[in-house]
Design a protein around this ligand. Structure first.
Ligand SMILES: CC(C)(COP(=O)(O)OP(=O)(O)OC[C@H]1O[C@@H](n2cnc3c(N)ncnc32)[C@H](O)[C@@H]1OP(=O)(O)O)[C@@H](O)C(=O)NCCC(=O)NCCS
Length: 209
C-alpha cells in the first residue's frame, strides 16, 4: 500500500476516495482551508498552504488534488509542482476502459467509473474524466480540465486547458474548445469554440450574446 494525502476535503474528494478505495493507495489525511479537524473519518492535517512542507518533511509518497473547480485545482497543483510532481498519483477506476495506456499522459488525473478513453486519446495533468464519460479516439484533453458525468466527446477533438464540460453534453467529431470555456449540461457542440465563454443548448450557443 502507498500512502496518499488529498488536497481538498469536499464532495469531489468523496467521489475520488470511493474510486481510490478499490486500489493499492491508502489515504492518510486531507489538507483543507475549512476549520475542520476530520473529514470522513480521516484527519485534516493542515491548511492547503501547509501541504507541501508536510509532504516533504514526512516523506509522503503520494498526493492528489481533490478539488472540482478547475482554476482552484490548477492553482494548488501548480503550487505543489515542480518539487512534488513525481509524487502525484493518477486515480483510475478499475472499471474504466482505457484502450491505450499512453492515454494517461500526465499526473493527478482522475478517470471515473465506467469512463472510456478511445484509441490514441490523450489526457493531460490534473484533469478529471468523470463517471460514464466517453472520450473517443484521437481526442486530446488538456490540463486542469473537468469533464462532468455522462459526456460524449467524439473523435479527433481538442479540449484545451481549464475547460469545463457539463454533464450529458455531446461534442461532435473534429471540434476544438478553447481554454477556459464552459459547456453547459446537455449542450451539443457542433462548431469549434474559439472564443472563451459559456455555451449552452442544442446546438450550443454562447450565453449572454
Ligand atoms: C451552463 C452553466 C455553467 C451556467 O451557469 P450560470 O452561469 O450560473 O447560468 P444561470 O444559471 O444564471 O443561467 C443563465 C441562463 O442560461 C440558461 N441555462 C443555464 N444552464 C443551461 C443549460 N445547461 N442548458 C441550457 N440553458 C441553460 C438559464 O436557463 C438562464 O437562462 P435565462 O437567462 O433565459 O433565464 C450551468 O447551468 C451548467 O449547465 N452547469 C453544468 C452542471 C453540471 O454538469 N454539473 C455536473 C456536476 S458533477
Amino acid at each position: 500500500m502507498k500512502n496518499v494525502v488529498f488536497i481538498g476535503a469536499g464532495s469531489h474528494a468523496d467521489a475520488v476516495y470511493a474510486v481510490m478505495n478499490k486500489s493499492n493507495y491508502q489515504l492518510i489525511g486531507y489538507f483543507d482551508d475549512k476549520n475542520i479537524t476530520t473529514h470522513d473519518g480521516f484527519p485534516v492535517l493542515g491548511k492547503i498552504a501547509d501541504a507541501k512542507e508536510y509532504i516533504l518533511k514526512n516523506g509522503v509518497p503520494g498526493v492528489f488534488v481533490t478539488i472540482g473547480d478547475n482554476d482552484k485545482r490548477k492553482e494548488v497543483f501548480d503550487n505543489l509542482c515542480p518539487e512534488l510532481y513525481s509524487r502525484f498519483i493518477n486515480i483510475i477506476s478499475p472499471v474504466a476502459t482505457i484502450l491505450n495506456s499512453e492515454s494517461i499522459s500526465g499526473k493527478g488525473i482522475f478517470i471515473g467509473t465506467n469512463s472510456f478513453l478511445g484509441a490514441k486519446t490523450v489526457v493531460e495533468d490534473n484533469s478529471i474524466i468523470n463517471t460514464g464519460s466517453i472520450i473517443e479516439h484521437h481526442t486530446r484533453v488538456g490540463k486542469h480540465v473537468n469533464i462532468a458525468p455522462h459526456t460524449t466527446i467524439n473523435g479527433i477533438c481538442h479540449i484545451h486547458d481549464l475547460v469545463y464540460v457539463g454533464s450529458s453534453s455531446v461534442i461532435i467529431q473534429v471540434k476544438e474548445i478553447c481554454a477556459g470555456s464552459v459547456i453547459g449540461a446537455g449542450a451539443v457542440v457542433v462548431k469549434d469554440i474559439l472564443e472563451k465563454g459559456t455555451y449552452v443548448g442544442v446546438p450550443a450557443r454562447k450565453l449572454g450574446v
